[in-house]
Write a protein that binds this ligand. Structure first.
Ligand code: 5GP
Length: 201
């Protein structure tokens, strides 16, 4: 069996990667990776769906036990990806979709170079600021921090395989689906199937 694809959606906070991630999961049935975080749940967020919410002490224990594929401090909280379920899914031929910040994407690429990294960005920084303000969940300080971070994140463009400009959400979702579909059709990702057709397995 061919291994599944590991696809990472990343980009600045407010660029809309969360919505894209959600819709791509719905339309493709790809496996989601649920991250662990020490931040408090926002209204409507569900344990085990949006995140596993843990105390800092519990989180440190998980780090010590080597349970993370990657872990990062983002805006005074910890976020990390549990390792075991990801590799289990890939080995069983399932495609896995990640939504992580740019540091996370970099760590994943380092540990798993076959990962496909997609950078989601607004058409410009003004739109990003409008979207962050419109969300109404960030303080003025947090907003400035996130805008500053966005520029630094785009500066890391060389580590990404694709960039999607999220002007219109439907178009952006379509772009991500096109990328995943093209990657799925690569011969190197279908060698087992091809050999089976040839009776070589
Ligand atoms: P939020 O607090 O808005 O849910 O997420 C803040 C940032 O943390 C976002 O950019 C989000 O993509 C990132 N993030 C979420 N989960 C993970 C993870 O497992 N690892 C890393 N490195 N970043 C994550």
């Amino acid at each position: 069996m061919d291994k599944g694809l590991l696809v990472v959606i990343s980009g600045p906070s407010g660029a809309g990667k969360g919505t894209i991630y959600q819709r791509v999961i719905e339309r493709t049935g790809m496996k989601r990776s649920v991250s662990v975080t020490t931040r408090k749940p926002r209204e409507g967020e569900v344990e085990g769906v949006n995140y596993y919410f843990r105390t800092e002490e519990e989180y440190q224990q998980m780090i010590a036990a080597g349970e993370f594929l990657e872990t990062a401090a983002v805006y005074n909280n910890f976020y990390g990806t549990p390792k075991a379920p990801v590799f289990e899914n890939l080995d069983n031929g399932y495609d896995v979709l990640f939504e992580v910040d740019v540091h996370g994407a970099k760590s994943i690429k380092k540990k798993y170079p076959e990962a496909i990294a997609i950078f989601v960005m607004t058409p410009d920084f003004e739109t990003l600021e409008q979207r962050l303000r419109g969300r109404g969940t960030e303080s003025e300080d947090s907003l400035k921090t996130r805008l500053g971070a966005a520029k630094r994140e785009l500066g890391k463009y060389e580590m990404f395989d694709y960039i999607v400009f999220n002007d219109d959400a439907e178009q952006a979702i379509g772009d991500v689906l096109d990328i995943i579909n093209a990657e799925k059709r690569k011969v190197k990702n279908n060698v087992s199937v091809i050999k089976q057709l040839l009776g070589q397995n």
